[in-house]
Structure formats: C-alpha cells, structure tokens
Design a binder for this molecule. Structure first.
Ligand SMILES: *[C@@H]1O[C@H](CO)[C@@H](O)[C@H](O)[C@H]1NC(C)=O
Ligand SMILES: *[C@@H]1O[C@H](CO)[C@@H](O)[C@H](O)[C@H]1NC(C)=O
Length: 261
C-alpha cells in the first residue's frame, strides 16, 4: 500500500518535468537563432487571433530577412477541440518533408486561411478520424505531402509525443494563451492589432542599439569624451566614466564605491 503511494508520488513528480526536446523547440526562419532580435510566437492553428496576426507576422519576416530570427511553437488550446491534431499536422509536415520550412509555413498559412472548417461547431457532427481525414485531404490538395503520408504521421506515436513536448515546452515558458509573442525571451503585448509599423517601433531600436554609430563632431568640453549610447542620444563622459551601450556614462570602480576619480 505504502509502496504504491510512494510510486504514485514519484510518477507524479517525474511527469511534472517537461521532457527535453530532441532539438530546440519550434520552427525558425530568418537570421541565426542568436540574432540580435529573436521573436517567438506561440500559436494555435485554430485560434482566430493567431490567424489575424499571421499576415503581419509574415510581413515582419519579409521586412527583416536575416536581421532577425522568427520562430513559432505550436500551443494547441484545449477548448479548440481539433487544435491538437492541427498542431500535430505541423510536426507531421516537418517530419515528412525533412523539416522543409517552406512547407511548414505554407501549412500554417493555409490552415489559418481555412480555419473555420475545423472549428468546434463546424465539426460537432464529425468523429475525430473524420476530422483527421478532412485535414489530410486538405493537405494533399495543397500538394505538401500525400494523404497517406499525412495519415501515417497523424497515427505515429513519436510525432504525437513531439507535439506534446512542444505543448509542455510552451507551458514551461509560462504561456497561457495564443498568440503569445516573446521578443528576446520577454513577453510582449503584441497581438493581432499590431501593424508592421508597431513591430518596427519595437524591433528597430533593439537592432540599432547593437550597432556602433560613427561619432559626430565632438561637442564635449576638453577632458570629456562623447558617448553615443543610443541612436541620437549622446552624453559627455567625465574622466573615469565609461560609455555603456543603452545606459550612458557610468563609473565602475569598486574600490571607490563606483565614484569617479
Ligand atoms: C520522422 O518520424 C520518424 C518516426 O518517428 C522518425 O524515425 C524520423 O527520424 C522522423 N524524421 C524527421 C526528419 O523528423
Ligand atoms: C449536426 O446534426 C444535426 C442533427 O442531425 C443537424 O441538425 C445539424 O445541422 C448538424 N450540424 C452540422 C454542423 O452539420
């Protein structure tokens, strides 16, 4: 009896840990994964807000090219009944096409465009195999993979598990809804109301802060040095002060309690 209890507690403890994915979670495009700006989107293929933000997301990807890294993660919400299978579909396309990002992004785009087909109300008279079949027919018509490949992937335990791992990963990042956008790992208020200009107003200053601008004419008094710590923001550093990016002139001198000489 006691053994069973301990065993149950252990199982509970172990399953509370998210499994480590076999590679960093998600599907990324643009620059390298350690670009100055990394945007992560947690999406549910059947979430209307995700569908609404997607065209702007594609514009952002287009506008910045390799200057930023964009990565999405699947996070099917439980109250969108068919979301898990639609999310597993992403992982199936990835598996069958050997991670072809064009195919993966096309799948997401097309499922968003036809999202209503798999809404709760639209499918309430359908069984789950019928829903999966309808998705497989749709994917085959797009020419992404064959219907047989898609159905096999949907029945594959490993790919099902991979989809669960992505979901657990999103939970471990504190994601509670979709779309959720993180910029350099930090949650933002970005949603479908954000235009390309709104995105630019956040991305551009981060990118700019990573480039050293050529210094202008030196206006600083003798003995002081000019410090352009943000684009268009300049201070004159006193002797002993250092110019810190994004911050300005600061003293770092532990012996003197961070006072300048
Ligand atoms: C696709 O899934 C199969 C079965 O789980 C697996 O053996 C294979 O490595 C996967 N391929 C890719 C590219 O993910
Ligand atoms: C589901 O079945 C009911 C009863 O046959 C029917 O009235 C309803 O229109 C059907 N709904 C859909 C979305 O097909």
């Amino acid at each position: 009896m006691q053994t069973i209890l301990i065993f149950t507690l252990l199982v509970g403890f172990i399953s509370a840990q998210a499994p480590i994915p076999t590679r960093p979670d998600g599907y990324g495009v643009g620059g390298p994964a350690d670009a100055h700006v990394v945007i992560e989107m947690f999406l549910d293929p059947l979430c209307p807000g995700c569908k609404a933000s997607w065209p702007t997301v594609l514009q952002v990807i287009q506008a910045y090219g390799t200057k930023i890294h964009f990565r999405f993660h699947t996070f099917p919400l439980p109250y969108h009944t068919n979301s898990f299978v639609a999310s597993q579909g992403v992982h199936v396309i990835s598996n069958v096409t050997n991670r072809n990002l064009d195919s993966i992004f096309t799948y997401v785009t097309k499922v968003f465009e036809n999202q209503e087909t798999w809404y709760n109300d639209a499918t309430k008279n359908m069984t789950m195999p019928q829903v999966v079949d309808s998705l497989a027919t749709f994917v085959a018509q797009l020419g992404l993979v064959t219907k047989a490949q898609f159905l096999a992937g949907m029945a594959n335990d490993d790919i099902n598990f991979e989809t669960r791992v992505s979901w657990k990963y999103a939970c471990s990042r504190g994601v509670v809804g979709t779309p959720t956008f993180l910029i350099n790992g930090v949650a933002t208020s970005a949603d479908d109301s954000w235009s390309l200009a709104d995105w630019k107003s956040v991305i551009d200053p981060i990118l700019a802060s990573n480039f050293v601008l050529p210094s202008k004419v030196n206006d600083c008094p003798p003995g002081q040095t000019e410090c352009t710590y943000l684009p268009g923001k300049t201070e004159c550093c006193l002797a002993g002060e250092r110019c810190i990016q994004n911050v300005g002139c600061r003293c770092f001198n532990l012996k003197l309690g961070n006072k300048c000489l």
